[in-house]
Ligand binder design. Sequence first.
Ligand SMILES: Cc1cc2nc3c(=O)[nH]c(=O)nc-3n(C[C@H](O)[C@H](O)[C@H](O)COP(=O)(O)OP(=O)(O)OC[C@H]3O[C@@H](n4cnc5c(N)ncnc54)[C@H](O)[C@@H]3O)c2cc1C
Length: 417
Amino acid sequence: MNAAAKTAIVLGAGMVGVSAAIHLQKRGWRVTLVDRKEPGSETSFGNAGVISRGSILPVAYPGLLWDIPKILAGRSRSVRVDPKALFGMLGWAPAFLRTATKTENRRIAGVLNALLALCLEEHEALMKEAGATAHLTKAGWLKLYRTEEGFAGSAFEREVMDELGVAYRVLDAAEIAALEPNLQPIYARGVHILGTASVDDPAAVCRAYAALFENRGGDFIRGEVSRLEDDGGTARVALNDGAILEADAAVVAMGPWSAEILKSVGVAIPLFHERGYHRHYRPAGNAVLTRPVNDAEGGFVLAPMAAGIRLTCGVEIAPEAAGPSTKLIDGVTPFAQQAFPLADCLDETPWLGRRPSLPDGLPAIGRAPGRNRIWTCFGHQHVGFTLGPVSGRLLAEMMSGDETVIDPQPYNPARFG
Ligand SMILES: Cc1cc2nc3c(=O)[nH]c(=O)nc-3n(C[C@H](O)[C@H](O)[C@H](O)COP(=O)(O)OP(=O)(O)OC[C@H]3O[C@@H](n4cnc5c(N)ncnc54)[C@H](O)[C@@H]3O)c2cc1C
């Protein structure tokens, strides 16, 4: 079949969907991108903007089981579990907790690393084509430790980075001050992850990629997807205004909402949401932050953005229907204020985003199990902004029957089938 004649509908215009749409377009597909909002309006809007080469470990770290009582008692700075979410967690938490061993962490890191190794070059290629390079800073990012114990406690991460060839430099207090003179001198140790970059406005980057897609002849439709169909020969996408779109293939890239829509074609994937929040601050005086910093013990990230210093927090597990809670972000705010001179808060209410996560910490990239015309590209948890372009490329290569840049098998969504 002539690939140039093929048509695809990509559902979801976050970083992952927009990137997949561009890569399909590059391979001769006629692509329609659908989203109920403007591109880059959900999770891809409010993240910390780190193109994070070094985020190789899954969230379920070895030793997590011992921390569960502290988390459930509300004494963790990085994780909050709403008690009302506990019943719903039964669908994914056992498989998630099984990855909390060194052996499983190493296996997952190896698989994720294959994608992460390409993240920056794939972003840079799209940024050049989209005229978005002005948003990029290539200064790495800093993981900071207030105590020697905290630093020593993270040795496993450095061991795995060494094994996988992730470049970093260990810093003492003076070296941290040399890199970021406006941080308060409260850190004993730092790890400067090299090969990592950051952007000053993730939504603007996503929208620049979407504009590139449209300028190259791609169609963007604003609409709410309500149902999928796959009769083996055609993919059909129903919108809730009654419209039915048809194509040779449909790609589910709806981030946190992907699993819900897949139910309409009988596909069950145990996706869950790791909520996270952000708020912006004006830096006090002339204080400057050059790159994102992660205070491992404080449980927050501070990232310099066009809109101000963006404070993001860790993970909240809450029922879908639960409204936003400020507990987690309020809890880390005093620690962030100790770290950097933050002046006025620029947001009345914090932004809430949902990291789309799968129990094994790996994305679902490939053909939907048992479906001929439906493909998936979601579940990028804490690194979806980072991985959008490389995942989109891998998916487009698979759909086009081309040689793939890496082995796609470990990301196959059929592992949940
Ligand atoms: C606080 C926080 C900090 C983070 N920091 C980083 C970071 O520094 N680096 C990093 O790489 N990642 C980070 N992440 C994770 C990253 O933001 C996500 O993994 C990524 O944005 C997911 O992109 P996506 O395209 O899969 O989903 P989304 O960006 O959520 O896109 C999904 C799209 O689907 C659309 N949609 C949903 N349902 C429907 C429907 N029924 N009909 C039509 N459209 C629909 C939505 O409108 C949305 O536009 C962070 C996340 C959070 C919450």
